[in-house]
Design a protein around this ligand. Structure first.
Ligand code: MHF
Ligand SMILES: O=c1ccn([C@H]2C[C@H](O)[C@@H](COP(=O)(O)O)O2)c(=O)[nH]1
Length: 283
């Protein structure tokens, strides 16, 4: 929690104003942040200085694992976070590749599970990583990348957390995740949960101990309409200790994640938090 608050404070103290053309808003911005999560010690990186809707964050990631491309499928899992990008962004609404209501196009999970090959067919990046790790193999390329510049024009948003690189050291699995752009008040609250949970889940289904997750962020920003709430409300609060995440031990394979797993298979213990803060969202 302290590393999150330190990043927020650093943006407030040292951030530079940058105008963002896509949203038409100014963002207070810093470059480079390195966060670390102790998955072995189960210190779940939930924000405690406001109420965090962690279930929606896990639902969003489960949708990526399943390769979803429709905001309706995300809603059915319990997460509304793609409604705006799928249905309210003017540039995407006019894009000829948009297949209709709720379509997100070839983003995130679509690239992770079915990256189109130029010579035909598709690559299932996640399946390959799961298969290798399950056999105890780390070929130094256990990478799942959502970042496909050749198909940016076919999706509603370029992926922000774009690459996940797994590493096996002995019987312990580690994860390094890369993020190009980070809405610190809203997105990071979710992304911390997702990096942590992805490592915990992958260790569980490939039969390894979970180690550390390293989260590397390039452009970390606070939108102009979020700044006051962050500086004068959230940053004035004292954090509580980290809660713990419990994952149903019956989840044993990628097929389990693809088929029957729901948010009921995840529980958080000892989550003490301050009141909710409703930050404005930029489409
Ligand atoms: N500007 C922007 N920021 C983001 O963080 C973001 C995007 N766009 N577009 C794509 C996804 C969608 N994500 C989102 C979208 C909405 C919330 C959000 O509104 N969170 C609220 C309430 C969540 C709920 O009730 O489930 C929050 O208080 O955390 C969070 C992440 C993260 N990403
Ligand atoms: O997982 C996510 C997804 C998105 N974001 C934020 C970061 C930016 O504020 C916007 C994306 O805008 P771009 O113009 O494409 O950079 O969404 C996030 O923090 N986490």
């Amino acid at each position: 929690m302290n590393q999150y608050l330190e990043l927020c404070q650093r943006i407030v103290d040292e951030g530079v104003w940058v105008t963002n053309e896509r949203t038409g808003k100014r963002c207070l911005t810093v470059i480079n942040a390195d966060l670390e999560y102790d998955v072995a010690g189960n210190a779940f990186p939930l924000i405690t200085t406001r109420k965090s809707y962690w279930k929606a964050a896990i639902a969003e990631f489960l949708g990526y694992i399943r390769g979803y491309d429709s905001a309706a499928d995300f809603r059915a899992l319990g997460c509304k976070t793609w409604d705006a990008n799928a249905n309210l962004n003017e540039a995407w609404l006019q894009n000829p590749h948009r297949k209709g209501e709720d379509d997100m196009g070839r983003v995130y999970g679509v690239q992770g599970r079915s990256w189109a090959k130029p010579d035909g067919g598709h690559v299932d990046q996640l399946r390959k990583v799961v298969d290798n790790l399950s056999r105890g193999v780390d070929d130094r390329g256990e990478i799942i990348s959502f970042y496909n510049p050749g198909e940016f024009h076919m999706g509603c948003l370029r992926p922000c957390m774009h690459t996940h690189n797994f590493s096996l050291l002995g019987d312990t699995l580690h994860l390094t995740s890369y993020q190009r752009s980070c809405d610190v008040p809203l997105g990071l609250n979710f992304n911390q949960v997702q990096v942590f949970t992805f490592l915990a889940l992958m260790a569980q289904i490939t039969g390894h101990k979970a180690g550390k997750a390293y989260h590397k962020i390039v452009n970390a920003h606070i939108y102009e309409d979020q700044l006051e709430l962050m500086r004068d409300v959230q940053l004035k609060r004292e954090p509580f200790d980290a809660p713990e995440l419990e994952i149903n031990p019956a989840i044993k394979s990628l097929e389990d994640l693809e088929t029957w797993v729901t948010l009921d298979d995840f529980k958080v213990h000892n989550y003490q938090h301050h009141d909710p803060i409703a930050y404005p969202f930029s489409v």
